[in-house]
Design a protein around this ligand. Structure first.
Ligand code: CMX
Length: 141
């Protein structure tokens, strides 16, 4: 079961360069900035309605977001579904013949996550996430 859009991931060259557009020009609020070294990114969390934008600054050129920016420039990087059972989702999608980048969940910034390859996702890099116990849903913190 997929319950909502947990967040939209946006690749940025630097948070310093990107944040004023979101906070000053658009008038949104950044509630947290955090390094997520296991994903190679520094993340700024921006709630909007019942979901969030995640601005993703690469921690180096040899990271997924670093390579994405080198190839395509900054912009929309991925969309994340919330699900109560990420492990089951990854297994089910693999059984459907999807090319999974993760067959078992791994630790993300706010939950356990897994990605589907954009070639199976019809051009979109889809993420699936189950928030850690005690972590409020996106848009509620
Ligand atoms: N969205 C859509 N398409 C994408 C994409 C993206 N974010 N990133 C790459 N692609 C496309 C490329 O344009 C390319 O397409 P063409 O072959 O038509 O030119 C193709 O995918 C390349 O595929 P690849 O060679 O298999 O893979 P890459 O080495 O380019 O890596 C990807 C891409 C998605 C497999 C890799 O970035 C990955 O494993 N991502 C998952 C982890 C991740 O993104 N972590 C960062 C976010 C962490 C967080 O949210 O906390």
């Amino acid at each position: 079961m997929l319950t909502k859009i947990d967040h939209i991931g946006i690749a940025v060259r630097t948070l310093e360069e990107a944040l004023p557009f979101y906070t000053e020009t658009l008038g949104l609020r950044c509630i947290d900035v955090r390094d997520v070294p296991q994903q190679g990114v520094k993340v700024a969390f921006i709630p909007i309605g019942d979901t969030e934008l995640e601005l993703l600054e690469p921690l180096g050129p040899d990271t997924p977001v670093g390579k994405f920016i080198e190839n395509q420039g900054p912009g929309l990087h991925h969309v994340c579904f919330d699900t109560p059972e990420v492990a089951g989702q990854l297994t089910r999608l693999k059984e459907c013949g999807m090319r999974m980048l993760d067959e078992v969940p791994k630790e993300g910034a706010v939950g356990m996550i897994g990605f589907m390859h954009p070639k199976s996702g019809l051009g979109v890099l889809w993420e699936f996430s189950t928030r850690f116990p005690g972590m409020p849903p996106s848009g509620e913190r």
